[in-house]
Every structure is written in structure tokens, then in C-alpha cells.
Design a binder for this molecule. Structure first.
Ligand code: SAM
Length: 221
């Protein structure tokens, strides 16, 4: 990124914290379509525990817990995770949900080969450099058990906001205070190197609409 990446990241953390404080339930209480799909994929793979990255206020972590998975939900926004924990208690799934404040630019706080599945909806396309995204996917691979599945979604270069707003370099554009790294297909393929790439599915979400890819890849046994 052409700007100071640390400054952009710190600004994004402040922005997510204040957004979640101002807008409880900003993504609604229903699970996202990718989470519903991921639950079916994870169940078919025999997964029991799921690590969610960028869980935010928890619409998907809570759904996965209601579906019977044990969920470790992480995000760099403590405010989002506080709301997630309160909702987990209200829904009586708090025994199956743990939270950890974690910035994905740091190594994942888990030992090697200790989770069955990883889910990340619109997290890899945050204000991360290409190098940081590669580092994160290497970390996901490290913590997954052999045969474990990773389902992630990202906004891509077909999105209406691609190229709009403030350009930060390395595919990152900031619009309305939110910085997004718009993925191209080469990046998706590069991140699947040494994985079994099972699916790249295009879909829309929201009113804009956001244009996304849902990617499913497995760590080979
Ligand atoms: C677009 S929101 C999606 C939230 C949630 N996955 C959902 O769909 O409801 C992106 C989330 O990623 C989090 N995030 C952004 N950058 C992050 C980082 N470097 N480390 C950890 N979380 C981050 C934000 O706080 C926010 O909760």
C-alpha cells in the first residue's frame, strides 16, 4: 500500500469500533448466505469445531453455534465481540462460542492442526496488503487439521466500489470510511496454491450490491 499501512490499519480499527457502537446489529440477525453454505460443507466434511475470522457482531458465529458447531470467533474489534458474546448468552449458545480479540496481521493464536474448519466472510478483503493476505492464508493452513476446510468470501474487481474513493495502492480503495482490498482472480488462485481448490462461486450481498466470491479450499490430507 502506498500509504503508511500501520496508519491505515489503526484508522480502520477505530472506524469498525465506532461503527459497531453506533450500529448494533448492522448486518442483521440472520446468518449470511455463505455461512449457511459453509455449515453444510463443514458438516459434510465431518467438522465439529470452527474458527471464524472477522466475526464482527456475530450473525454467522451464532448461527454456526446454533447448528451445533463449537466456534472460536475472532475480530480486531472488541466492541463487535462484546455484542457477539451478549447475543450468545441471550441465545443460550455461549457454551459453544469463545471470542478473542485478534488482528489477522498477527499469527493466529492457535497451535498447529487444531481446528476442523475456518470461515471468514468479507475479512480477507479488508485493509490488508497482498503479503499480509498470503501470510494469513498460510496461518489458516497451519491451524487446520489435514483435510480441514477453509471457506472465505471477498469483494472482487467486478464490485461497483472497485476503483472508487481513495486509492491506497495494492488493490485497496477506501469508500465511506471503509477500506477494501478488491480481489482479482489471480490472487484467489495464488492463495489456493498447495491447497485443493474446491469452488469459486460468485454472488451478491446487500443493496449496493457488494459483488463477492465465495471460495472453498481444503488442506490436503
Ligand atoms: C465487512 S465486516 C464483516 C463482519 C462479519 N464477517 C459479517 O459478515 O457479519 C469485516 C470485519 O473484519 C474485521 N476486521 C477488519 N480488519 C481486521 C483485521 N486486520 N484483523 C481482524 N479483524 C479485522 C472488522 O472489525 C469487521 O468485523
Amino acid at each position: 500500500m502506498s500509504d503508511n499501512g500501520q496508519e491505515l490499519a489503526a484508522g480502520q480499527l477505530r472506524h469498525w469500533q465506532s461503527t459497531y457502537t453506533a450500529r448494533p446489529g448492522m448486518y442483521g440477525e440472520q446468518p449470511s448466505a455463505p455461512a449457511v453454505h459453509a455449515a453444510a460443507v463443514f458438516r459434510a466434511a465431518g467438522a465439529r469445531d470452527v474458527l471464524e475470522l472477522g466475526a464482527g457482531q456475530g450473525r454467522d458465529a451464532l448461527f454456526l453455534a446454533r447448528e451445533g458447531f463449537t466456534v472460536q470467533a475472532t475480530d480486531f474489534s472488541a466492541h463487535g465481540l462484546e455484542q457477539l458474546r451478549a447475543a450468545a448468552r441471550a441465545q443460550h449458545v455461549d457454551e459453544r462460542v469463545t471470542t478473542a480479540v485478534h488482528d489477522v496481521r498477527e499469527p493466529l493464536p492457535l497451535p498447529d492442526a487444531t481446528v476442523d474448519a475456518v470461515f471468514a466472510h468479507m475479512l480477507l478483503c479488508m485493509a490488508l496488503t497482498t503479503e499480509e493476505i498470503h501470510g494469513l492464508v498460510d496461518e489458516v493452513r497451519r491451524v487446520l487439521r489435514p483435510g480441514g476446510v477453509f471457506v472465505y468470501t471477498v469483494r472482487h474487481t467486478g464490485d461497483a466500489h472497485y476503483g472508487a474513493g481513495t486509492a491506497h495502492g495494492d488493490g485497496v480503495y477506501e469508500h465511506g470510511g471503509f477500506a477494501v482490498h478488491f480481489f482479482d482472480r489471480d490472487l484467489v488462485d495464488a492463495l489456493a496454491e498447495d491447497w485443493a481448490l474446491e469452488e469459486v462461486h460468485a454472488f451478491d450481498e446487500g443493496d449496493l450490491p457488494r459483488r463477492l466470491w465465495r471460495v472453498t479450499q481444503a488442506r490436503p490430507r
